[in-house]
Design a protein around this ligand. Sequence first.
Ligand SMILES: O=C(O)C1=C[C@@H](OP(=O)(O)O)[C@@H](O)[C@H](O)C1
Ligand SMILES: C=C(OP(=O)(O)O)C(=O)O
Length: 407
Amino acid sequence: MHFTLQKSKIAQKSAVQITGSKSESNRLLLLQALYPEFKLENVSNSDDSNLMTNALSSQSEVVDIHHAGTAMRFLTAYFSIQEGRDTILTGSKRMTERPIKILVEALQELGAEISYEANEGYPPIKIKGTKLTKHKVALKANVSSQYISALLLIASKLENGIELTLEGEITSVPYINMTLSLLDEIGVESSFKGNVITVKPNTNTLEPKTLTVESDWSSASYYFSIVALSDVGTEITLTSYKSNSLQGDSALVEIYKHFGVSTVFNGNSVTLKKETSNLEPLTLDLKNAPDIAQTIAVSCFALGMPCDLVGLHTLKIKETDRLVALKTEIEKLGGKVRITDKSLHLAASNSIKENVAIATYNDHRMAMAFAPLALKTSLVIEDAMVVSKSYPTFWDDLASIGFTVKK
Ligand SMILES: O=C(O)C1=C[C@@H](OP(=O)(O)O)[C@@H](O)[C@H](O)C1
Ligand SMILES: C=C(OP(=O)(O)O)C(=O)O
């Protein structure tokens, strides 16, 4: 369904409650399946987390995780250690184009039995659950950190734990640290020194506790963009957030200072405020926060601000090739964009075409990143419900703060 966003103006002060982080949720759901003594609160209501929950309790041979990358990678590791169980793990058409070879080879090295059902290196895969007896493995770390997190999540259930050697430049490091911090919170010991990560084995039950998922910082990015595009003095309060987040996308706090947005933490909420409209060209390396690249590129375009975004080598293998999608859609609106296979360069501009239909390519972040543009012009978002991958109530929340969303 296509949604029309009419040119909108939001109230000077508003508030939104955002669902739990899908990254934290998908890790904790897997850990809860391994250690049922935990309870979870504020779990993400995203499609990807619902798919993860259903997959973990599924008794079927075929498990379909649609577009959920973390679920695909984390469950590949999980089903590898379900002794005596055969699972075919599959997903959407796009998922069959997202590489998984690095993770499969690392698991095979540890003793896993995994084969490809169609194309070598890509889902669907067949996993014959078995006991993994080895514990040392090296893998390439510059393609996706999800492969590393997947191995770390099951590591404490291996008889000797794991010793991972990361080869090459390490990408999306905060997501690896998030995994290690969550292991630490539940009582699993690990260390990350240089390029080697070790996780200790654990055969005991752990101390039961309730873990509360922080709300999703990637979802918060769209409100940073909305405030950046609003009049000086506009404020939005978001819950539930903390200043010492495990999520790398909390880098938004520093990044949006460039857009004149201040962030103040108060209890479990955070208030974003537009302070100034004096903006300078922006250069950023986003290798630690790839999921906010689209938000930032569109904020810059909306404000006529040139930018150079680098460290974007992982964007080509996400829900769509996000570099090509961004260039295509920003150019429809009248912007000038140059891309390489790891960077995006936006030229300064001073006008935005009206009533353009933005294609979303089955990518939730394409829909959400372009939505704030409605503060500058009317536009159409195609297949707008793609947002449910990470943020199902996005359009209702936008309407609640004053966007005119016509379904
Ligand atoms: O581990 C995670 O929860 C994620 C890691 C990142 O992927 P890459 O490591 O592939 O960049 C990120 O883009 C994705 O949305 C979530
Ligand atoms: C890349 C993303 O998700 P995944 O890799 O889990 O599909 C995302 O949410 O932006």
